[in-house]
Design a protein around this ligand. Structure first.
Ligand code: ADP
Ligand code: ZN
Ligand code: ZN
Length: 802
């Protein structure tokens, strides 16, 4: 067994396979699947992942592995196999998939160091190499012919540790620990002999006499209100000793969350949790769709299901959308499971993420709560996977590898024979359709806790405002409602859709929106030639002077940014204290949390923001939620626009009146009669599903049809057009006649960073040869992609159609 099959870090078509390398005597027995190695590749030395160890190769004259980067595997066998599957499924390179599974620190360049963790004797040869030192360079260890198997063994026994220093920045945090260095009667003696004025030293000796244990210096100094010099004097007298101990960075400052106990479940909850618990007990794979309105107690179901999993000695993965991963959310899990929980989200520094990941890898935690990539947590005994807010499109990665965490969850659920729970108040159409077909098991919780009612939703017709002479973006009704709440010292949340994307054209008089006659999406306004284009099928027409529906000249494109809204609001209600939350005000680390805390302390009346305020917020004092321009979401050029609007309105409604005070929601729209706005205001998911499915069927969209989106970009417009045309012709020729190839058309974001972007789209039901054809296309353009700055992006499950 001296041949390693390695995937190398060269993301390209030709190198997207395994290469065989010889394992030299030095590494024999030490190399394992899932480790990263350094291998010669052409003139360079590069990184690679070992997939397999065998004793046979079809090639002669194999090169040798140059070095090991890991001493224990960073990817489990299951993850290696998953990576294989995922790269096929998403048409991604193996290397990109494996790297996506690991924390960033393990992708960077670094230096390795060995750290001795014990005074216990190590095997002789190792002692020789350490030569009395506590830490040493791994390079030196190799140079002195250190035995890797022995090293692996002492690492496994916890006597030595290997760690990585990123660009000479320590990634493992150490803390100074202080403990008595002598038997206690020596300390007592020293105490008696210290001069009178050495008060602080005496205090410290007393401290250890009472409590003769190792304590962190930080803790010690703060307990005794003294400085390092006290410690130093006692160290110098050999009464105390110091040591370094590895600590995990704790991004959640509050160490001890108040412990929470399981709640007595309601009848609805009992009915829903029962089948989940049964699947856990019987250890079988089943996908549940937990459809519960906001506040129906889904989280308690997650918590109690996880408890059952932990009781059985198994592990749990919980995915939560990035923006819902608020301190409040973390507290709910840490409060129940304490230090058994690791949290992974993008707000953590690379070092913090690495620490959390290591806790998972070392089986020091049993539960991981995290955003999308936490689905790759290297647990080996998973008992449940939960995806909260399963409809969220952030579960789809929009970069290589373009995977959907839901697919990965279900795949791992099968591997581990465990249930997968998808929870949402507004399930994605895909998931609900599967539940209707009994592919998923539907669990329904239609009521809020304690029979609290859903908030009243009021729709304001902005056309009427215009006709009444109100040209501001705030209706009279919303203004009055805001002022009324402010008088009662209650709080208001105002929601505006993401900033800046103002490309659709709407009549302010009658609400008419210019749409593609073939695709049921809004046409996009192109300023350059004053034309309106469809981004799916390339239909186009001239920008009308008058509204085709009512002949008003108030037809124009639409959109405002949060900053402008803030200024307008301040002008309208000068005494209002406003906190604005958008990408700009929350860019700095921790600012998100800080703003929310300020709002929580009622330092502002109004919280004004984008998507990021729509979720997870839970403030008792919020009694009014306003949606300023529901239309700006409804008319993005995306066939999911209506679904997104329904989800958003439902979500923001869920923010109001969660506590004792009753809540009210006001939605402003120029198209208030639209079914997604109407049905969301009545909290009627089921009818929305029926209506939306009809439209998806009629216009051939998911979940009735599958889509493939191909986006090409290049600095030269002619070049891009030519490539997309060729690709769509090839697809047309080779795909079955049931499939439709749309385009080429400019992408909605038609030029980004001086690159032109064009796309084409395939709608299909069954196309077994498609991947093969797409691979050939990629192979064909491989050279140009490497040398000529051509970029081809293939998305087999597109969620962002920009
Ligand atoms: P969801 O996740 O469905 O939006 P939550 O889990 O946040 O709902 O529950 C809403 C509120 O109801 C929370 O404050 C929660 O603590 C409380 N709750 C949940 N289950 C119970 C229960 N069985 N008994 C009492 N209160 C509950
Ligand atoms: Zn009109
Ligand atoms: Zn169209």
């Amino acid at each position: 067994m001296n041949i390693a099959k390695v995937v190398v870090d060269v993301p390209a078509s030709q190198t997207n396979r395994v290469f065989d390398y010889l394992i030299s005597e030095k590494f024999l027995g030490a190399v394992q699947p899932g480790m990263r190695v350094i291998v010669p590749f052409g003139p360079r030395k590069i990184m690679g992942f070992v997939l397999e160890i065998t004793n046979h190769s079809d090639f002669h004259h194999l090169k040798e592995i140059h070095d090991l980067m890991d001493v224990t595997p960073v990817l489990t066998d299951e993850l290696l196999e998953l990576g294989n599957w995922l790269s096929e499924k998403t048409l991604s390179f193996y290397i990109s998939v494996f790297q996506a599974m690991l924390p960033q620190v393990l992708k960077a360049k670094y230096k390795k160091e060995l750290q001795r963790l014990t005074e216990e004797a190590l095997p002789e040869k190792l002692e020789e190499i350490f030569a009395g030192r506590d830490r040493m360079d791994y390079e030196e260890f190799l140079q002195r012919n250190g035995n890797l198997r022995i090293l692996q063994q002492v690492i496994q026994e916890g006597l030595v540790e290997i760690h990585y220093q990123v660009k000479s920045k320590e990634t493992i945090k150490k803390e100074t620990m202080i403990s008595p260095n002598k038997q206690l009667f020596f300390l007592e003696e020293a105490l008696a002999n210290l001069p009178k004025q050495a008060v602080k030293q005496k205090q410290m000796l007393l401290y250890f006499l009472k409590n003769p244990e190792v304590v962190s210096q930080k803790q010690l100094l703060s307990d005794l209100q003294t400085t390092r010099s006290t410690v130093k004097s006692l160290l110098d007298q050999d009464l105390l000793k110091e040591s370094k101990q590895e600590v995990y960075r704790n991004p959640y400052k509050q160490e001890n969350y108040p412990k929470t106990l399981p709640l007595e479940l309601t009848d609805d909850q009992k009915q829903s949790i029962h089948p989940i618990l049964r699947a856990i007990e019987k250890a079988y794979h089943e996908v549940f769709l937990l459809h519960g309105v906001t506040g129906s107690g889904k989280t308690e179901i997650y918590l109690q299901s996880i408890q059952e999993v932990l009781n059985r000695g198994e592990e749990a993965i919980v995915l939560v959308p990035e923006i819902s991963l608020t301190p409040q959310m973390v507290e709910r899990f840490k409060g129940r499971f304490g230090s058994d929980v690791a949290v992974l989200h993008s707000g953590l520094s690379p070092g913090e993420k690495y620490d959390e990941w290591r806790k998972i890898q070392r089986h020091e935690v049993k539960v991981v709560v995290g955003a999308r990539s936490a689905i790759f947590a290297p647990f080996e005994n998973i008992g449940i996977i939960i995806i909260d807010e399963e409809h969220e499109t952030s579960y789809k990665q929009e970069d290589h590898p373009r995977y959907h965490a839901r697919d990965v969850a279900i795949y791992r659920g099968k591997n581990h024979s465990c249930p997968v729970v998808l929870g949402s108040a507004t399930p994605s159409l895909e998931s609900f359709a599967r539940a209707k077909k009994n592919i998923y098991t539907l669990l329904t919780m239609p009521n809020r806790m304690n029979k609290m009612s859903m908030p009243a939703v009021k729709i304001v017709d902005m056309r009427d405002e215009l006709h009444a002479g109100n040209r501001t973006m705030f209706s009279r009704e919303l203004k009055a409602a805001i002022e009324q709440r402010m008088n009662k010292k209650e709080q208001i949340v105002l929601f505006l859709n993401r900033r800046g994307y103002s490309t659709f054209v709407m009549c302010r008089d009658c609400g008419y929106v210019m749409e593609c006659p073939h695709c049921d999406i809004a046409l996009t306004y192109h300023r350059k030639n004053e034309r309106l284009k469809c981004h799916y099928c390339a239909y186009e027409e001239a920008m009308p002077q008058l509204c085709p529906s009512c002949e008003s000249d108030m037809i124009r494109y639409f959109g405002t940014g949060t900053q402008k809204v803030e200024e307008a609001l301040q002008q309208l209600i000068p005494e209002a204290r406003i906190i604005r939350m958008d990408i700009d005000t929350t860019r700095r680390k921790g600012s998100h949390e800080k703003l929310l805390n300020q709002y929580g302390r009622h330092e502002a009346d109004i919280l004004l923001g984008t998507q990021m305020i729509a979720k997870g917020l839970d403030f008792a004092n919020v009694t009014l939620v306003g949606v300023l321009a529901a239309d700006s979401l409804l008319h993005i050029p995306d066939f999911r626009a209506a679904e997104k609007t329904f989800q958003l309105i439902t979500q923001v409604s869920g923010r109001a009146g969660r506590h004792k005070l009753p809540g009210e929601v006001i939605i402003q729209s120029y198209t208030p009669e639209h079914y997604s706005i109407q049905l969301a205001s009545k909290h009627d998911y089921n009818n929305f599903f029926v209506k939306e499915m009809e439209i998806r069927k009629a216009f051939q969209y998911p979940p009735y049809y599958y889509l493939t989106l191909i986006t090409v970009s290049h600095p030269n417009q002619v070049k891009v057009q030519e490539v997309v045309r060729t690709i769509s012709q090839l697809l047309q020729k080779h795909l079955s006649s049931h499939s439709r190839v749309l385009g080429p058309t400019p992408a909605p974001l038609s030029r980004v960073k001086d690159r032109y972007r064009y796309q084409c789209m395939v709608k299909y039901k069954n196309e077994p040869k498609q991947k093969e054809i797409l691979k050939k296309i990629l192979d064909y353009y491989q050279d140009e992609m490497q040398r000529n700055d051509l970029f081809i992006q293939i998305d087999l499950q597109p969620y962002q159609l920009m």
